[in-house]
Structures are given as structure tokens and as C-alpha cells.
Design a protein around this ligand. Structure first.
Ligand code: FAD
Length: 486
């Protein structure tokens, strides 16, 4: 008989509770430990994932396989279309391999939780036991509640409670190093690509920007803590500066844990994480936002199912994509051709790198949902497909925040003006110039709002005119929100 560790959104050996427990159990029982990862292409398509993140996942999986092989733990790959076929696939594998017990870290998304219930049932019918562990958050969903016993729906009290309840030991003693090697068994090769996720024109470039594996993630964390954490509070809003950690792609796949990030910040500041004035304090609050959105997934399962957090906003009259004009505007937004330089630069950054700066995610999401009045779910799907850090909780949370359909969202009448945002957060226009070389010749005053080009058809300038009039677009969305209030 054997023990099995099932890797999912936790593609790492260090600080991995399920892996640690599985390895301990195997050692004590003197049984071999096997590792498995299950590829579910149809499910990933249904979840809107794109080639960028799936490519990154495969590369991280290959790295994990190598790390595991140094411990003589073979990584087996199973491939089954979706979560409905997964329980049988896993049970058949367990029977064939004589697995006695399956270990895994919990995932919080609705479909994933339903899948795990079904898996547990099928395993138990065959006399195979399972054990699951908390991994994604410092406090399990449900553990932090309001005085009335409800889930928090507002960030600030959640943040205070989180800090108030934090026991330093949760961060200072990382529970589990990587386990010791066992006797050799052979792994499966990890494919470089899946046919369901074909490479697109930027695919190679995107993949080469993000090195796979735990060592790369830990190096990035180390560099950020040593070089940028102290300046985070001032630098984080300026997309032309490397002011944020860029750790989100590794965090999203669990190649790095939030606990490792917080522990590193804790160590660097001797535990001073609670101040909103320091880089470490502000960075901690961003990681608590991540946790807040994860708790919401469990407390309010409707957000996992494409529903608005605020039910009344389901009635908003979004402009239909069946209308060719709206379709064209949606496409212009996706391709960075709206005629609003900072919006376009941001969208080009997304497509070319698989990542976008947080300030610009807020801006472009608001531009789509408010100025273009296009359903936030369309933008959410587009982001999901492009982002290297695609993550249901944070992506949905961010989109519903920007569209004012979410909890603790921006008020509906607060609409970022793309020109003022540009002047404030890219004052010299450096970010715009990098992504829109066609505007390189403009000075730092003109670049935010290029002068209307009256040149004839034969001149070179290819930058489009604004696709909407900001003032009337603002009126339109305010009316749409007022209509559902009445
Ligand atoms: P840092 O500023 O260094 O922050 C450290 C970590 O904290 C991040 O890696 C991330 O895990 C977490 N974090 C930071 N800001 C937030 C936030 N506002 N909400 C939740 N977690 C946060 N983040 C994703 O990981 N995946 C997504 O799919 C995603 N989609 C988003 C969509 C929209 C419309 C918006 C407004 C935000 C979205 N975010 C998403 C949150 C945020 O933009 C990214 O986490 C951040 O830009 C990643 O860059 P970083 O690693 O340099 O962050």
C-alpha cells in the first residue's frame, strides 16, 4: 500500500501542509509516497483559463516534478476532461496503485469544493481515506466573523480583526520544510503544452517573462523584500516603477504561499505589519485583501457562480454585445485602441506580458464597466484568459469592486477619469511611451490626452481618436445605476 499527495493549487514542496503530513505518514508507515496532479482541460476552459496561465502551470509542474524526483517521490499525471469525470479517474488510479490514503490542501472555490466532496465519497466507497488541510489563507473562512456571527462584507473591520487575531506564531514558525528523500520511483513527463490551450502570438514572450518553480518565486520574494518593500507605500501606484512585488502569478498557483510572504515581511520588520504608513504595513493589507476575497467565496457562493454580490445590480442595463458598435468598442478595449492612452497602454501590457499593474486593472475595469457600460463579466472573462495570475477570488473581487456590483465596492458614482489618472499616476508619461511607441513624440503634457489629429489621411499617426465622449458616457452610467435604484 501507498500514500498519495494530490497537488492542486499548491505547486510547491516548502510550507505545504498536506505534503508535509503525507510525507510524515508515509515515513511512519514505511510506505512509499506518490504524488499526483490531475489535468482537466475542459474544466479549465469552462473556468475561462487561457494559454498563458496554463503554460505557466505546466512549467511549474515540471519544476515541481524535478524537485520531487530529488526526494524520490514520483509525480504522476492524470488527464480527465472535467471535475465530473475526476472522482472515477482518481479512484481508479488509487486502486491500481494500492493507495490507502489521499492528502490534499483545500481549495475554496465552489466547483472545487463540490469536486472534493464527490472525490471523498468515491474514495470512501472503496475504503480509501482522505485528509485535507488549510493552506490558502492564514485564517480559514468562517473563523473571522462579525459580532453577529456573519461573514464580513466590509474590508476595514475584516482587516482589523485579522490583525487583532494574528498570533505571531502563525507567521514565525513556518510549519513544514520539504520532507526527506525516500526510495526511488519513476515520474511521468510533464507535457510542454495541451492541445486545448494553443499558443498565441505573444505566448513565448509571456512565458519567458515568468520563470517557473519555487526557487524563482522565493528569489523574487527575497528581492522584493530587500529592495522594494520599504518604498511600497509610495511606489505601488505608479505603473512605470517596479514598485510592487509581481508575485501574483506564483501566489495564484500556490508555488508560493501567502504565509511565506507574510513571514518574510514579518521577519524584515520585526513584526511591525500593522501600520498603514509603512511599506510592509500596506503590503500586508493587500495580502489581507486577497484573503478577504477568499473568505467571500465561501461565505457567499453566488460570487463563484457569476452572480453579482449586490443582487439589485443584476438589473443594470448593460449595453449588449450583439450591437455591432458595442462589440467594436469591446474589441478596441481588448486591443488597446480606445484612444485613451493610459487605458490602451495598460491593455497592451496585459496582452504582451500576461500581467497588469493593479492601478491599471482598476482603471481599465472601470472604463469597460462604467464608461463603456459593458457587463463586468465580459471583462472578468477576458482578464481570466490573459492573466498569468488568473484567480477567481481576486479577479472577481476586483471586477465587482470596479463595477460597483461587489461588496465594499467603489460607490457607483465614483468613476476614474482616464486623463486625470494618467496625469496623477504616470506624470511623465513614461509608462504610456513604453507601450504606445506611436505617442513617443508627445511631451509629458500632451501625452495623457493627445491633441486631436487634424492631419490628412496620408500622415503616419496611427493612434485612434477617443472611442467615446467621457462626459456623456459618465451620464449614461449614472442614469443606468439610478434606474435600478428607483
Ligand atoms: P503586490 O502589490 O506586490 O501585492 C502582493 C500580493 O497581494 C499580490 O501578489 C496579490 O496576491 C495580493 N493582492 C494585491 N492587491 C490585491 C487586491 N486588490 N486584491 C486581492 N489581492 C491582492 N489579483 C490576482 O492575483 N489575480 C487576479 O486575477 C486579479 N484580478 C484583478 C482584477 C481587477 C479588475 C483588479 C482591480 C484587481 C485584480 N487583482 C488580481 C488584484 C491585484 O491587481 C493583483 O493581485 C496585483 O496587481 C498583483 O501584482 P503584485 O503581485 O505586484 O502585487
Amino acid at each position: 500500500p501507498k500514500q498519495l499527495i494530490w497537488f492542486r493549487a499548491d505547486l510547491r514542496c516548502h510550507d505545504n501542509p498536506a505534503f508535509w503530513e503525507a510525507a510524515q505518514a508515509a515515513r511512519e508507515a514505511q510506505q512509499p509516497l506518490l504524488a499526483v496532479f490531475i489535468i482537466t482541460p475542459q474544466q479549465w476552459l469552462a473556468h475561462g483559463l487561457g494559454s498563458n496561465q496554463v503554460g505557466f502551470l505546466l512549467r511549474n509542474l515540471a519544476q515541481l516534478g524535478q524537485q520531487l524526483s530529488q526526494l524520490n517521490i514520483p509525480l504522476k499525471l492524470l488527464n480527465t476532461p472535467d471535475f465530473s469525470s475526476l472522482p472515477k479517474c482518481l479512484v481508479d488510479f488509487c486502486k491500481e496503485q494500492e493507495v490507502q490514503r489521499v492528502y490534499y490542501n483545500q481549495q475554496l472555490e465552489w466547483n472545487e469544493r463540490q469536486r472534493d466532496q464527490a472525490v471523498n465519497q468515491s474514495l470512501h466507497q472503496e475504503g480509501i481515506t482522505s485528509a485535507s488541510f488549510e493552506d490558502q489563507v492564514i485564517f480559514p473562512p468562517g473563523q473571522l466573523r462579525t459580532g453577529k456571527g456573519d461573514y464580513y462584507t466590509v474590508f476595514t473591520p475584516f482587516y482589523r480583526k485579522w490583525l487583532g487575531q494574528l498570533n505571531p506564531q502563525q507567521l514565525t514558525t513556518l510549519p513544514c520544510p520539504a520532507p526527506q528523500p525516500q526510495t526511488h520511483l519513476t515520474s511521468d513527463p510533464v507535457p510542454e503544452q495541451l492541445e486545448e490551450f494553443p499558443p498565441h502570438p505573444y505566448y513565448q514572450q509571456v512565458q519567458s517573462l515568468w520563470p517557473a518553480g519555487e526557487a524563482a518565486a522565493l528569489q523574487q520574494l527575497d528581492d522584493f523584500i530587500n529592495q522594494a518593500l520599504d518604498h511600497y507605500a509610495q511606489a505601488r501606484d505608479f505603473p512605470a516603477q517596479p514598485g510592487t512585488s509581481s508575485l501574483s502569478p506564483w501566489l495564484a498557483l500556490g508555488v508560493l504561499s501567502a504565509r511565506q510572504c507574510l513571514a518574510a515581511a514579518w521577519q524584515a520588520t520585526q513584526g511591525r505589519l500593522a501600520s498603514k504608513d509603512t511599506g510592509a504595513g500596506v503590503w500586508t493589507s493587500e495580502l489581507i485583501w486577497r484573503e478577504f476575497y477568499r473568505h467571500l467565496l465561501v461565505g457567499f457562493p453566488r460570487v463563484s457562480r457569476g452572480r453579482a454580490f449586490k443582487p439589485e445590480t443584476e438589473k443594470l442595463a448593460w449595453r449588449s454585445l450583439n450591437n455591432p458598435e458595442v462589440q467594436q468598442q469591446f474589441q478596441a478595449w481588448q486591443e488597446g485602441r480606445t484612444g485613451f492612452p493610459l487605458v490602451d497602454a495598460a491593455m497592451r501590457q496585459l496582452v504582451a506580458t500576461g500581467w497588469m499593474h493593479n492601478r491599471l486593472r482598476m482603471l481599465t475595469a472601470m472604463f469597460l464597466s462604467k464608461h463603456l457600460l459593458i457587463d463586468w463579466r465580459e471583462g472578468e472573462s477576458f482578464f481570466m484568459k490573459q492573466l498569468m495570475d488568473a484567480d477567481l477570488a481576486s479577479n472577481n473581487g476586483g471586477w465587482q469592486w470596479a463595477a460597483s456590483t461587489g461588496t465594499d465596492a467603489v460607490p457607483y458614482f465614483r468613476i476614474f477619469n482616464p486623463y486625470s489618472q494618467s496625469k496623477r499616476f504616470d506624470p511623465e508619461g513614461d509608462f504610456i511611451r513604453h507601450w504606445l511607441p506611436e505617442l513617443k513624440h508627445l511631451n509629458s503634457k500632451q501625452i495623457h490626452q493627445p491633441p486631436v489629429d487634424k492631419a490628412d489621411l496620408f500622415t503616419e499617426s496611427s493612434y485612434p481618436q477617443p472611442i467615446i465622449d467621457l462626459k456623456s458616457a459618465r451620464e449614461r452610467v449614472l442614469q443606468a445605476f439610478q434606474a435600478i435604484k428607483n
